[in-house]
Design a protein around this ligand. Structure first.
Ligand code: ATP
Ligand code: MG
Ligand code: MG
Ligand code: MG
Length: 493
């Protein structure tokens, strides 16, 4: 029988709690507490940072446990971790996902961490061993670090053949909390969705949908000093994270996260509420009119909206709230333009999301009505600006000479006065087979940046004069521009 996502999540928590003596702690809200540089909680370890940094009060609740397990709500849609661009294009990056994690705070280390992970995957979940590949830290001469042979030997003892193990460099398999502070090598477990006796080692880490990363185990054993050198930490910690959606895909024998019971009820609900044909999944590669991508984006984004609004992040004008506003607008646009849905579809999906996730996160159930109201209000405001924007783009395109670029001033005014996110403008043009005159657009951006810098103190991000392409600008907008830079004057309401 095929286990449900709920059973898979519960089995993880039970395994560490009952079989290995971990304390189960609830998910922290996705709105970060006490970490102003973080837009969203993006990993299970966020709430345990004070322990790794040694700043947790000895009598605080956090400091009472040496083994902890949980399932953490995570959002990766801005800042250092921004997966927004991949969402809908691939089938295993989401803006919201659940990270299953177990921790050792100065308790067990590599040997036990790997063997527990292996026991869970191969004995409890019964994943065939020959489908699993592991990576470990291959060393870094410039830091004077040799390969993590300790970790490699643990995997060998657990029966992982050498042909299924890959040493990777610093950038892939060395985890750092920041420029300074706790850090250490990690080991990652990947699953081969194809199998059949082939050796898939070469596909690990290539972004192939056939071999997907499922679990990251971090071993904190050093502290990076201000001078850049590493000192051994007095206490060793383990921090792991496994994406529930990817695990469920493996255990339900699917090729796409969207084909699991975490998503199919939402996709069905979208179908009932719109005029588009049913979601086709990955059958064939043709995605006529991007209908399938639209299904994936809308299903992904509505989950994110529900979780964020519940945790106190509302669509707004700066920081995480601005990101959420963009997510909402993107979802609305896919609903109305690609899925031919009447207004209200997005909010009508909320009860289904609550049904799927409410058992694990009961706070969603309590907020369902409020979530629906907020989505509907924001949708109505955006739809009217979208209509105007579309007319402007259409008129401009009609007047353009063949094979010329879309004029930068028009794009700038869509962005400025109608509050269109840049990635949305890009996307709308891409669909018409037109590109933006990015050189001219960069000019406008730079002028604007300079104008703003002149009005603010020196040394702020605005004073840079590095040219930006549209994509890095969009990312910059997501992550680094200070809150006041995207003030309500850009908003369309
Ligand atoms: P990837 O290389 O696939 O982007 P990652 O290395 O950025 O993943 P980690 O930071 O190591 O991810 O997070 C631990 C686990 O969380 C990953 O192994 C994966 O299972 C899951 N995960 C990470 N990002 C996402 C996402 N955007 N959507 C769904 N699951 C994710
Ligand atoms: Mg990633
Ligand atoms: Mg990775
Ligand atoms: Mg990883």
């Amino acid at each position: 029988a095929c286990p449900s996502a709920g059973q898979i999540r519960a089995a993880f928590l039970r395994f560490f709690e009952e079989r290995h003596g971990h304390r189960r702690l609830p998910s922290a809200p996705v709105r970060p507490r006490g970490d102003p540089r973080l837009l969203f909680v993006n990993a299970g370890m966020n709430q345990f940072k004070p322990i790794f940094l040694g700043t947790a009060h000895p009598r605080s609740e956090l400091a009472q446990h040496r083994r902890v397990v949980n399932s953490q709500k995570c959002v990766r849609a801005g800042g250092k971790h921004n997966d927004l661009e991949d969402v809908g294009r691939d089938t295993y990056h989401h803006t919201f996902f659940e990270m299953l994690g177990n921790w050792s705070f100065g308790d067990y280390f590599k040997e036990e961490a790997c063997s527990m992970a292996w026991e869970l995957l191969t004995e409890v979940y019964e994943i065939p061993r020959d489908r699993l590949y592991v990576t470990y830290f291959g060393g870094d001469p410039s830091l004077g670090l040799s390969a993590d042979e300790e970790c490699r030997d643990v995997w060998l003892r657990l029966g992982v053949p050498a042909s299924h193990m890959l040493p990777f460099p610093l950038k892939d398999n060395f985890w750092e909390m920041g420029d300074t502070g706790p850090c250490g090598p990690c080991t990652e477990i990947h699953y081969d969705h194809v199998g059949g006796g082939r050796n898939a080692a070469a596909l690990v880490n290539q972004g192939s949908p056939d071999v997907v990363e499922i679990w990251n185990l971090v071993f904190m054993q050093y502290s990076r000093e201000v001078e850049g050198n590493l000192l051994p930490l007095p206490q060793h910690h383990v921090d792991t994270g496994m994406g529930l959606e990817r695990l469920v895909t493996v255990l339900q024998n699917k090729r796409s996260n969207y084909d699991t019971d975490l998503f199919t009820p939402i996709l069905d609900a979208i179908h009932k509420g719109c005029g588009a044909p049913r979601y086709q999944g990955l059958v064939g590669n043709a995605d006529v009119g991007r209908v399938n991508m639209a299904y994936r984006v809308v299903a992904d984004h509505v989950r994110t909206l529900c979780v964020c609004i519940t945790d106190g992040i509302y669509p707004g004008f700066s920081g995480a709230e601005l990101v959420l506003r963009r997510i909402l607008r993107r979802a609305v646009r896919f609903c109305s333009e690609v899925l031919q849905a009447p207004p209200g579809l997005l909010a009508s999906l909320v009860p289904t999301v609550v049904e799927v996730l409410g058992d694990a996160y009961p706070e969603l159930t309590r907020n369902a009505n409020q979530i629906q109201d907020i989505i509907n209000e924001n949708e109505a405001a955006f739809l009217s600006s979208l209509e105007r924007g579309r007319r402007i783009i259409e008129r401009t395109v009609q007047q353009m000479e063949p094979s010329t670029n879309f004029p930068a001033e028009v794009a700038w005014s869509l962005y400025g006065s109608l509050g269109f996110p840049l990635d949305l403008i890009d996307l709308m043009l891409e669909e018409k087979g037109i590109s933006l005159d990015s050189a001219a657009f960069n000019e406008l951006v730079l002028e604007d940046v300079k104008r703003k810098a002149a009005g603010s103190q020196a040394g702020e991000p605005g004073s840079t004069n590095t040219p930006l392409d549209v994509h890095s600008l969009a990312r910059l907008q997501d992550s680094k521009v200070p809150a006041t830079d995207d003030s309500p004057k850009y908003a369309y309401t």
